[in-house]
Design a protein around this ligand. Sequence first.
Ligand code: ADP
Ligand code: MG
Length: 554
Amino acid sequence: MANQFGGQPIFILPEGTLRQTGRDAQFRNIMAAKMIAESVRTTLGPKGMDKMLVDNIGDVTITNDGATILKNIEFDHPAAKMMVEISKTQEDEVGDGTTTAVVFAGELLKKAENLMEQSIHPTVVVRGYRMAKEQALKILETLGKNITPNDILLLEKIAMTAMTGKGSEAARDKLAKVAVEAAVSVTHSENGKTVINRDDVKIEKKQGGSLDDTELIRGIVIDKEIVHPNMPKNIKNAKICLLDCALEIKETETSAEIRITSPDQLQQFVEQESNMLKKMTEKVAASGCNVLLCQKGIDDLAQHYLAKKGIMAARRVKKSDMEKLAKATGARVACSIEELSEEDLGFAGLVEEKKIAGEEMMFIRECKNPKSVSILIRGGTEHVVDEAQRAMEDAVYGVMSALEIGKFVYGGGSIEMELSRQLRKWSESVGGREQLAINAFAEAIEIIPRTLAESTGSDPIDILVNMRSAHEDGKVTYGVDVHNGGIMDMEKAGVIEPLKIKTQAIKSAAEAASMILRIDDVITAKSGGGMPPGGMPGICESQRFSRSQRALLD
Ligand code: ADP
Ligand code: MG
């Protein structure tokens, strides 16, 4: 690339750098983004299709989940990567609505392309989109309805809506109940504000059994076994000690050599060690605990002494699990045996070891008012449990985000249709070229009801026309009846979603689209360390042949 300066070309970029500018760059970026949106669009909604992903070692994932699809495909184009970012943000912020966000962003760009073809400058489009986004968020706020942790039936509907189409249809009722119970039990309020921590619901899966065996544990499941065969396998009214130090004799830091010259001495040495370990276990027992969960190791001999005292123990429990155990049982993690006291202990109605799909697991159940709970997903095959886990995540996080904001909306495309209608009306008050962009935004948002309508197999135009006129008549909760290919009141159908899905999807889609539209120059460094094509300058032709080729040349 060169600029003319006094007749001399000036090279400012290394040779081999790829550069696209102006319209060319814009349209290529838009094309890449549209392709991403198109790749997940058909999965939208309960009648959405599944995608089968095969990775480079032949592992197969079958899924309907937008985020999972995009996570598993590698994209090269920078604009495509920005689209993938949208789905990540949506996943992190809400945990659901990823397809919606990506499809909407794709449509925003498609409409922008039309406007640019009519010679409307991208900055005008970006400005119009920003205005539309802000207004859309205001409208959404007015359309949101209140919801509290007591509205169990509504929350279950949110869970079910989140799970539709995720391949776990058969056990949906059961899974929805589990999701709501889990989310509600970790919800608490601090200074009048609802606080929920996603990590407080641990979702575990184990292949085997059926989806119906999926259960909520008011406590924690840990992937551990009891350390000693003579320990009890279950303990009712468990008093739990959480320990973050080893029940072992510390090895000295500096390597000391102990010379033992007689069998007596050896005996003495062993006895001394054994006594030390015995004392340690006595201190643990003195706290009054009957279950010990240790983050570090437990010596074989210490295990033996604990077993003799009827204490159940597990060792090398993960740090993250220790934190959850503390929250669930009310225990405090003790850092040394010396400072251990009865006050540090936690409580669980039952601690038991059970064999699940051939592996031992420990269940810490029936905690009082647990601030952390577990869901154990079961299912016949690996694919079933995997997809059920994704469905469960969507459901739990969906319910959480509804509780967090305290608001829900009606789905099935009804909210988008209403939003579009109100935006279009509002745009008249704006006027100018921005009005065109706002209208384009309003049209773009209809991609959600349109895609749901297409997924029914009936004529999507009919469905959209009927929906539009229902909304004009004030039936704002009318959306797509995916099962019969018509329109229906989503309040009656029980299709409801957290408001946050929609606000976040609109925010991140609009922001990503604007960012892509503002780019008019794509400068791509040459891969492979910036070497110009053809290898290093100054290397003669024959040096670039392989040895065998050179042999032929010679
Ligand atoms: P996303 O990744 O965006 O969550 P989904 O495949 O989960 O994509 O589809 C979500 C869309 O499907 C939402 O617009 C939601 O309202 C709609 N939907 C879910 N269940 C139903 C239903 N029973 N009838 C109509 N629409 C539904
Ligand atoms: Mg969803």
